[in-house]
Design a protein around this ligand. Structure first.
Ligand SMILES: Cc1cc2nc3c(=O)[nH]c(=O)nc-3n(C[C@H](O)[C@H](O)[C@H](O)COP(=O)(O)O)c2cc1C
Length: 272
């Protein structure tokens, strides 16, 4: 069986599959049905656009059985206003209720976030969830060590680290706050697109988490330290050759936001 099969009884020769094929392995024919490029299975990106776009269900992809390709429920599509509201009202949440986030809730959010775009449809993003209180305590202590190692000197960064340390000295944990879990996206170190893929995936997580009643704040300090600071690298313990590219702290928000603070206007340039 070819990687993509076109059922000629159902195909209307609309060529939507040709237009949608990201790998250009489906070729239009002047007067006939679209056909496959030679060695299609080698070049196919497995993005499923051909299956997704076909208006008559004429396409079968060898690796995408129909039960894995549900029909899009148009009734569930949010309006522009609803999407705008979700994006604009999402805030970095830094104070959480003292209750754990069940793993199945985090998994349901990741189950949505995994649909984020990835370079060449690589889907190389992996997820690490740290939700053990003792482990989070251990990571907090290592984080403080990292701040200490970064606090030397008088440059802007060192001054910021000194400020954070002063807060920790008076008992304010502004590193991981009182998050119930840390969610990290990671991938191979030598994958040039992975940092972008991981950041997009975590952004999707962030938005879906809000819709699921959770709150998050991105934690740059966490993933910077987990990329380079040996004790943190060891404690996070990713497989050899992998690195974290993004991280967020998660929990049930303690407070509800009532207003949307302003942001800079979009600075848009058009080239004539
Ligand atoms: C890449 C990145 C790293 C961040 N790192 C931290 C962090 O380490 N600690 C923190 O409290 N907030 C962190 N934030 C959250 C920002 O401070 C926050 O997005 C910004 O203040 C705007 O607030 P908003 O997210 O509520 O719109 C980070 C955000 C991004 C995008």
């Amino acid at each position: 069986m070819a990687i993509v099969e076109i059922n000629k009884e159902k195909c209307t020769k609309c060529n939507a599959c040709v237009a949608a094929c990201a790998s250009s392995i489906i070729i239009s024919q002047p007067d006939g049905y679209p056909r496959l490029f030679p060695k299609a299975d080698e070049f196919c990106m497995r993005c499923g656009h051909c299956v997704g776009v076909c208006p008559t269900g004429a396409i079968t992809h060898q690796e995408m059985p129909p039960e894995q390709c549900p029909t899009i429920d148009k009734k569930l599509e949010p309006s522009f206003e609803q999407v705008a509201q979700l994006i604009k009202s999402r805030r970095s949440i830094r104070e959480f209720q003292d209750k754990p986030v069940p793993r199945d809730v985090i998994e349901s959010v990741i189950d949505v976030a995994r649909y984020s775009p990835t370079g060449h449809n690589g889907q190389e993003v992996q997820w690490l969830v740290i939700d053990d209180k003792e482990k989070i305590k251990e990571l907090t202590a290592i984080g403080v060590e990292w701040f200490r190692s970064m606090a030397k000197g008088n440059d802007q960064w060192a001054l910021e680290m000194q400020g954070i340390l002063r807060m920790h000295e008076i008992g304010l944990n502004i590193f991981l706050r009182n998050a119930a879990a840390i969610v990290i996206t990671y991938a191979e170190k030598n994958n040039p697109i992975a940092a972008t893929d991981c950041a997009i995936a975590l952004s999707y997580f962030d938005l879906a988490a809000k819709a699921a009643g959770l709150g998050c704040f991105w934690n740059g300090y966490f993933y910077f330290s987990a990329q380079t600071f040996a004790p943190m690298v060891k404690a996070v313990a990713l497989p050899e050759g992998f690195t974290p590219y993004a991280a967020t702290c998660v929990g049930y928000p303690k407070f509800k936001y009532q207003r949307i603070p302003p942001r800079k206007p979009g600075r848009i340039t058009y080239r004539p």
